[in-house]
Write a new protein. Structure first.
Length: 305
């Protein structure tokens, strides 16, 4: 372990997944959708039933450890990049991590985890690993930051869109949209899908600025940068996908039919107990020895037996 991590009393472990840093949908009184964000759109595309339980039924879904680690890392990096360029050092990041930690430690979502001292130390190390990982990708002291945590609330391709952009940078070739990720970087075949989020942010910032950014990128902290030029083709494809999702959501809201998409992820869905199709999928996979015993849905199988 390096001296910085040691000083912070952070343990050891790889990075954890961060939550998408954007605003979720608002709902009309008649349960229609008023706004869409990358996270809510992504959940709908993953499973319409899960989306219903999360955004319409508002069933409790407190963020897990990975999401809270990501929130902590995002907060520290936000504060760091708001500092003067010559203050964006590892030592300064360490100070900010110490200052930001009580906010996480007193968060009810963190407290409900009931982590042991050992697990809490590992949690802090995961957060620090993500923060420190920024220096493996870039020198933050030379980044020309135009904005951090920029809220966007615009109409994209006929869709009311809301979100929060981690960072907007000025580069010699134009404006660049930057989004932090503390989870594992995707394999090449999944990279295009992951870039959709930052392309939508690029479209939103373009609406506000009057011209689209030149590039959009994902910083998988401590690992690598996944980047794309913002072109009429890829931006148009992202916007068409958003429009399709919006249309499908409104159709489902009108008909009150939200078809589930079953598969391996059902075993980890927080709403599986409310989904007969999901429970059947988990049961079949469990009987076939295809479900990890630590998957949350296994407990529901025991309750149902």
């Amino acid at each position: 372990m390096d001296d910085t991590a040691s000083d912070l009393d952070f343990g050891e472990d790889p990075l954890a997944d961060a939550p998408p840093a954007d605003i979720d949908i608002d709902l009309r009184v008649d349960s229609g959708v008023r706004h869409l964000s990358p996270s809510s759109a992504g959940m709908y595309e993953q499973c319409a039933r899960k989306w219903k339980h999360r955004y319409l039924d508002r069933l409790p879904d407190p963020p897990g450890e990975a999401a809270l680690v990501g929130t902590f890392a995002h907060r520290v990096l936000e504060l760091l990049l708001q500092d003067a360029p010559d203050r964006r050092t590892l030592d300064r990041a360490k100070e900010l991590a110490r200052e930001a930690w009580p906010e996480t430690e007193t968060d009810p979502d963190y407290q409900v985890l009931e982590l042991s001292d050992t697990d809490a130390r590992r949690f802090r190390w995961k957060g620090w690993s993500a923060i420190e990982g920024l220096w493996r990708l870039e020198n933050p002291a030379v980044v020309d930051v135009a904005a951090t945590e920029q809220k966007v609330d615009v109409e994209l391709n006929g869709v009311p869109f809301r979100g929060i952009v981690d960072r907007v940078d000025n580069e010699p070739d134009g404006v660049v949209i930057t989004d932090y990720k503390s989870g594992r970087a995707p394999r090449p075949r999944y990279q295009k899908g992951r870039l959709t989020q930052v392309l939508l942010y690029a479209g939103a910032v373009g609406e506000l600025n009057g011209a689209p950014p030149t590039r959009a990128r994902l910083l998988y902290l401590g690992q690598r940068v996944i980047e794309t030029a913002v072109t009429p083709d890829n931006l148009g494809e992202a916007l068409e996908g958003l429009k399709t999702t919006w249309t499908n959501i409104e159709s489902d809201c009108a008909s009150q039919t939200f078809a589930p998409t079953t598969g391996p992820l059902c075993a980890w869905c927080p709403f599986v107990a409310q989904c007969p199709e999901g429970m059947a999928e988990v049961s079949n996979r469990y009987n076939a020895g295809q479900v990890r015993l630590d998957a949350p849905a296994v407990a529901h199988l025991a309750d149902a037996s």
